[in-house]
Design a protein around this ligand. Structure first.
Ligand SMILES: *[C@@H]1O[C@H](CO)[C@@H](O)[C@H](O)[C@H]1NC(C)=O
Ligand SMILES: *[C@@H]1O[C@H](CO)[C@@H](O)[C@H](O)[C@H]1NC(C)=O
Ligand SMILES: *[C@@H]1O[C@H](CO)[C@@H](O)[C@H](O)[C@H]1NC(C)=O
Ligand SMILES: *[C@@H]1O[C@H](CO)[C@@H](O)[C@H](O)[C@H]1NC(C)=O
Ligand SMILES: *[C@@H]1O[C@H](CO)[C@@H](O)[C@H](O)[C@H]1NC(C)=O
Ligand SMILES: *[C@@H]1O[C@H](CO)[C@@H](O)[C@H](O)[C@H]1NC(C)=O
Length: 400
């Protein structure tokens, strides 16, 4: 009994050691480690997908790839399905790689690699096919649009998988649209709308709709439309002199903005035609006086018209007498100067006193007297505007 048990135990031990030795030499891997390995594959529509199946330890057992419809594609290096797009890349005992070119959305699905051991071992690889979005199209543009119109720009792209994203840009700056996604078969139709109330600032502005999609890494798909907005004119008169004086040259320019461009503009004086004078020249949008005369006084009006409306601007010309003006002008300048200096000195005093009061609460009376000495009367202040300034700065430093 004992001996028999002992013998059986010994046999089992030897068998165990044998198994281990064989396993280490890779002879029995079929039982424990012989299995196919695959990876999921993602490919863009029209591209080529490689399906690779690997077996690390193989005892010359055949490998096979089959498609989602369970049809065998390749059995070892033997092609089983007639499809020109499917080719053998590599076949060995440890690997079976095939390629599918010009992949279409219908190729998507679960592919199976089988290793014909007993029992058969399989591995499944999912082939994902990305649908490339078509070039987007922008709809809903009225050309030209009228100022104040409410328009809705719609951008549509079809054929994306997964659904693409659409982004709007107004002259490069992103603006928010309203997106809508519909499935059509395996792909998606994506639409994004943009509501606009157009005004004259939209004239010539480019609206771009760009497609964002995982299959568009190298290229950009986008569409651009440039708005054309028609609007009534708006005119303005720009004059070359602030104080027109007799004998001077004066140019009045009628700046008109409108679309279509209001051309030509019309000049009138005091509601009537311009006097026919050699000194007065109308050239395009400009009215030029080569030498002003008192008799030129009056209200000058320029008017611009396009099919959407009319706009006018006025300029009241008052020709000053150079002699009278000389007197006047200097008076104004003098008063202006006096006011400026007085304000400046006052401000300096406030700042200086403020600082001083904050630091030397006890002694401000004496220094106030000093401050009063510094600003004697307005006339001196005007004459010594520069000097006063320098003095004030000095004082500030002194108090700090
Ligand atoms: C497929 O495999 C072949 C051979 O190894 C290689 O040249 C090709 O680039 C691979 N294609 C893809 C899409 O990985
Ligand atoms: C595997 O096949 C090769 C020839 O392709 C042969 O030499 C080898 O003996 C085979 N091995 C096994 C374990 O069948
Ligand atoms: C492969 O794809 C399938 C189906 O999409 C998924 O269930 C599985 O987890 C994926 N496997 C790997 C390794 O990503
Ligand atoms: C999505 O479907 C709805 C309802 O069928 C339809 O009204 C809409 O126009 C569709 N949108 C797109 C972007 O195709
Ligand atoms: C202004 O016009 C009047 C009459 O046309 C002329 O007598 C006078 O000399 C002119 N004055 C100047 C400064 O040109
Ligand atoms: C024109 O302006 C002068 C001042 O330069 C004024 O004396 C004169 O009355 C004005 N004439 C008219 C017609 O308005």
């Amino acid at each position: 009994m004992n001996l028999k048990n002992h013998l059986i135990f010994t046999l089992y031990t030897i068998y165990g050691i044998l198994l281990k030795v064989m396993a280490s030499k890779g002879k029995v891997r079929g039982i424990s480690g012989q299995y196919p390995l695959v990876q999921n594959v993602t490919v863009t529509e029209g591209g080529t997908a490689n399906l690779t199946c690997r077996v690390e330890y193989n005892d010359n057992t055949s490998l096979q790839w089959s498609n989602p419809a369970q049809q065998t594609l390749f059995f070892g290096d033997k092609k089983a399905l007639r499809d020109n797009r499917i080719e053998l890349v590599r076949a060995s005992w440890s690997e079976l790689t095939i390629s599918i070119s010009d992949v279409s959305l219908s190729d998507e699905g679960m592919y199976t690699c089988s290793l014909f051991t007993m029992p058969v071992r399989t591995a499944k690889a999912y082939l994902t096919v990305l649908g490339v979005p078509e070039k987007p199209e922008i709809d809903g543009l009225t050309k030209p649009a009228l100022e104040g119109d409410q328009i809705t720009l719609t951008c549509i792209t079809q054929g994306s998988k997964p659904a693409a994203d659409l982004r709007w840009f107004r002259n490069e700056k992103e603006v928010k649209g309203a997106k809508e996604v519909n499935a059509s078969g395996k792909t998606f139709t994506v639409r994004s709308s943009l509501n606009l109330r157009v005004d004259r600032n939209d004239d010539g502005v480019a609206y771009t709709c760009r497609v964002d999609h995982v299959a568009l890494t190298q290229t950009t798909q986008q569409a651009t439309e440039v708005l054309e907005v028609h609007y009534p004119p708006r005119v303005e008169i720009i004059h070359s002199l602030a104080i027109p004086q007799e004998g001077q040259y004066l140019k009045l320019e009628c700046v008109s903005k409108g679309n279509p461009s209001p051309d030509p503009v019309m000049w009138t004086k005091d509601g009537g035609e311009l006097p026919d004078l050699d000194r007065m020249i109308v050239e395009g949008r400009e009215l030029t006086f080569t030498s002003l005369n008192k008799t030129d006084n009056g209200t000058y009006r320029c008017e611009a018209t396009n099919h959407l409306g009319t706009s006018q601007a006025e300029y009241v010309l008052y020709v000053y007498d150079p002699n009278a003006l000389g007197q006047h002008g200097t008076d104004h300048a003098l008063i202006g100067g006096v006011v400026a200096v007085v304000v400046f000195v006052t401000l300096c005093l406030i700042i200086v006193l403020g600082r001083y009061l904050a630091r030397h609460k006890g002694t401000y009376l004496t220094n106030e007297a000093k401050g009063a000495d510094d600003a004697p009367d307005a006339d001196t202040a005007i004459i010594n505007a520069e000097g006063n300034h320098a003095h004030a700065e000095e004082k500030k430093e002194y108090f700090i």
